[in-house]
Design a protein around this ligand. Structure first.
Ligand code: MN3
Length: 343
């Protein structure tokens, strides 16, 4: 039992270092206005590693840190030195020091853990990193956080281009998120779920209506698309669509019309009502059917953004072409799951 305790201690130490790396990476990505995909994928990689490959992962991370800090150093000292000199210098120093500490510590502790308890690791690391990210999130006193995508920005090409996805997610959705946080900070909405905020919304509160709607709508939008999307739904969702519209093609026409005829900016929706009936509708701006006194009701399970920012780079004024392309990326598994959860 003593050996297990020792292994646990070693692991705990390793996890703490790992958390520091995740935070540093997150901090770096914020500072350089990059997206958080790199951090997410780093965490995902760690979770899928065996103890053996954790060691090589750590070494490659260390090498990357060295490369990053060298780059940062030459950048901050070179002829193109910019106002971010101080930031890069500080970061490069901290990466440099953590890299050294990390490589020594991890080499020692992981070998020890591996010797004592060959199967230890994966779940403990996963749980601990996730918990600590959650706590870190709370400590930042940020109510809502921009969700990361489940796929790369170019995953939906040629139907939705990478540049549009990048700007849409990292600028537009990020903007709604931070403005929502600003709008609720210090009010009695702070700490409530976004669904709670929207279903009980005071529609005269423009900041929360626009940015809370924008936050929720885009969070749904990313989820209902996939590079493996397209086709048609099956099972009970297909039955509900057939019951309401007669056929999938007729539904497709109704949804496309709702999206095409929404004047100006807005969204087209497929919603489910309690009892399982589905309905197509559209709303202007960032309104959605969760909000009170909106012309359509139920819970949205599929949403299409028809703001020009969602398609203009690739389709210019051809909104119908964008709508038609959207059907090639709809993630019907996700829509079906949302149907089952909200019917
Ligand atoms: Mn949008």
């Amino acid at each position: 039992m003593a050996t297990n305790k020792k292994a646990d201690e070693q692991l705990t130490g390793f996890v703490k270092i790992l958390e520091q790396i995740v935070y540093s990476a997150a901090e770096l990505s914020v500072l350089v206005e990059s997206d958080s995909t790199a951090v997410e994928s780093a965490v995902a990689s760690v979770m899928s590693l065996s103890m053996d490959s954790m060691i090589s992962f750590t070494f490659s991370l260390t090498n990357s840190s060295f490369a990053a800090c060298s780059a940062a150093r030459s950048f901050s000292l070179g002829p193109h030195a910019l106002p971010i000199k101080e930031i890069t210098t500080r970061l490069s120093n901290s990466f440099f020091i953590s890299s050294l500490r990390l490589s020594r510590f991890v080499y020692k502790s992981l070998n020890e853990v591996k010797r004592i308890q060959p199967t230890a690791g994966r779940n403990i690391v996963k749980e601990s990193v996730l918990n600590s990210l959650k706590n870190n999130h709370k400590n930042q006193d940020m109510a809502f956080e921009l969700p990361s995508l489940d796929y790369a920005y170019d995953a939906l090409e040629p139907h939705i281009d990478a540049r549009t996805m990048e700007i849409h997610h990292s600028k537009h959705h990020a903007g709604y998120t931070s403005k929502l946080n600003d709008a609720i900070a210090g009010t009695d909405l702070d700490g409530k779920s976004i669904e709670d905020i929207l279903t009980n919304l005071d529609m005269s509160n423009g900041a929360v209506r626009n940015n809370g709607g924008g936050f929720w709508n885009h969070s749904l939008f990313w989820k209902v698309m996939s590079s493996n999307g397209g086709g048609a739904p099956s099972g009970e969702l297909a039955d509900a669509i057939n019951a309401a519209y007669g056929s999938f093609d007729a539904f497709k026409t109704a949804f496309s019309n709702a999206a095409a005829t929404q004047f100006g900016s807005g969204w087209a929706w497929l919603c489910v009502h309690a009892g399982g009936k589905v309905e197509v509708c559209s709303t202007p701006n960032q309104d959605n059917p969760l909000m009170p006194s909106v012309s359509c009701g139920g819970t949205p399970i599929l949403g299409l953004d028809v703001w020009e920012h969602a398609y203009y780079l690739n389709y210019q004024n051809r909104r119908p072409d964008y709508i038609s392309a959207f059907f090639n990326v709809i993630n019907w598994d996700e829509v079906s799951a949302r149907y089952a959860a909200n019917k």
